[in-house]
Design a protein around this ligand. Structure first.
Ligand code: PHE
Length: 337
């Protein structure tokens, strides 16, 4: 039994040596089990201390505890070193596939909106903007919607205050522009618009591009020429348009503009409900009543205006059947464009 005191450093050294030469985590674990595990060699020595004669126990006990402590420390150090080497190795593994940086892109609506504006800019228009929260005056009154007139019911308005609402169309920008500048006016006004409306082709928030031209000698042929140039640039070079009589309080005469069906080219199909035509925008000659509100002289100028639904234009151009695709933020949809 005298040999226990001698055995302790021998086993300790064996353990330290094994730890020092362990190259992998599993190797190190085997060594831990052999020397430090519950049935390991060092705990076994500690247990043997109890069998020694009383006078020998303190010295042997101390030596066994010290050895245990040293080996535990060496084990923990080796473990740290191995872990660090492992993570450094994977950080530098040049054989791993590279991580592609994710690049974002414009939303389909933003893209369509700038595409539309770019076409009109080429035709000589300037881009202007107006507020989304509008007063009754700009959204209705100055656009010749008489107070309490049923024509206001054409628009399912969302009010936020007494005479304050989310604009139901971009037409108020017509008035704001004419207030600020005198003719000639050639502007387009893109932006968000709001109506109490929600189904597969209507969203309560949608987008319009307003157009306004006021200049000397402007006639209906200018309206038709500009909108035809737009349709061929935006859809395809052979896109035909047609004008249908319509009504808006702020234009007289007014016309609904249709384009030849993007799907069947005019022969008639399910998309155009057999008519060969698709409704694209509202337009008309600026009603001279508007000039009174902004101080223009109707004897000197005339003009036309139009309001184009951007969401609708995007749906027609890209063949979308449900407007919600545009607003759900589903990347599987958005990444196609
Ligand atoms: N503001 C009309 C609408 O939202 C469209 C329009 C604009 C019609 C300009 C004529 C002239 O439906």
């Amino acid at each position: 039994m005298s040999s226990l005191l001698e055995k302790i450093p021998i086993i300790r050294d064996k353990a330290l040596q094994a730890i020092g030469s362990a190259e992998t985590a599993p190797d190190l674990e085997k060594i831990r089990v052999e020397f430090l595990g519950t049935k390991g060699r060092l705990p076994e020595l500690t247990r043997q201390v109890g069998t020694l004669p009383a006078e020998m126990r303190p010295a042997a006990g101390q030596a066994a505890n010290k050895a245990l402590k040293e080996v535990k420390e060496a084990f923990l150090n080796a473990q740290t070193v191995l872990n660090r080497a492992k993570s450094q190795k994977s950080a530098l593994d040049v054989t791993l596939p590279g991580r592609r940086p994710t690049l974002g892109h414009q939303h389909l609506i933003s893209r369509t909106m700038s595409e539309i504006c770019r076409i009109f800019e080429k035709l000589g228009f300037t881009v202007v903007e107006g507020p989304e929260v509008e007063t009754d005056y700009y959204n209705f009154e100055a656009l010749n919607f008489p107070a309490d007139h049923p024509s206001r019911d054409m628009q399912e308005s969302l009010f936020v205050g007494d005479k304050l609402l989310l604009r139901t169309h971009t037409s108020p920008v017509q008035i704001r522009t004419m207030e600020k500048q005198s003719p000639p006016v050639w502007v387009v006004a893109p932006g968000k618009t709001y109506r109490r409306d929600d189904d597969i082709t209507h969203s309560p928030m949608f987008h319009q591009v307003e157009g306004l031209v006021v200049d000397k000698g402007i006639t209906m042929t200018d309206l038709k020429g500009i909108l035809s140039a737009f349709a061929t640039a935006f859809f395809s070079p052979d896109t035909a348009i047609r004008l249908r009589p319509s009504f808006f309080p702020f234009t007289e005469p007014s016309a609904e503009v249709d384009i030849a069906c993007v799907l069947c080219g005019g022969r008639g199909c399910r998309l155009c409900k057999g008519s060969g035509w698709l409704e694209l925008l509202g337009s008309g000659m600026v009603d001279p009543a508007l000039y009174n509100f902004v101080g223009y002289d109707p004897r000197e100028i005339s003009g036309f205006a139009f309001g184009l639904g951007v969401d609708r234009a995007a749906m027609l151009k890209y063949g979308l059947s449900n407007i919600r695709h545009l607003y759900e933020g589903d990347l599987r949809f958005l990444e196609q464009f």
